[in-house]
Ligand binder design. Structure first.
Ligand SMILES: [Zn+2]
Length: 121
């Protein structure tokens, strides 16, 4: 790559000073390559680790992925009005709804809440 060649010495690694003597290039320190001011060496430093948990969640989903869905599922789980097997079914329904709509719609949240919340009069 030509862009990696040092622009000061043009890849020689040495330059002539004002006295006509060859001296080590101050920019590339004799390597003839452009210094790493471009930052391409930093790529390995910023490796994200959060992809791992996302992949694990996709493998077997047991809890809604969205914020609304998660809150709603928590309400289902903590509800004293529905049986354990019904809770499992409702939480599954939340995840199914998320997967087909991409999020939990307000109407859907209300529909689920009606079933798990004590009616406030
Ligand atoms: Zn140089």
């Amino acid at each position: 790559m030509t862009s990696e060649t040092c622009g000061i010495c043009m890849g020689d690694g040495r330059i002539s000073n004002s006295f006509g003597n060859l001296t080590t290039c101050p920019s590339c320190h004799g390597s003839g390559r452009r210094s790493d001011e471009g930052g391409y060496r930093d790529v390995t430093k910023t490796k994200p680790s959060h992809h791992k948990s996302a992949a694990a969640a996709a493998a077997k989903q047991t809890w809604p992925a969205t914020a609304e869905g998660s809150v709603l599922a928590g309400e289902v789980r903590d509800s004293t009005l529905v049986a354990a097997d019904a809770k499992t079914r409702l939480i599954q329904e939340i995840m199914d709804h998320e997967n087909s709509h991409g999020r939990c719609t307000t109407t859907f949240v209300k529909k689920i809440r009606k079933q798990v919340r004590a009616r406030v009069t």
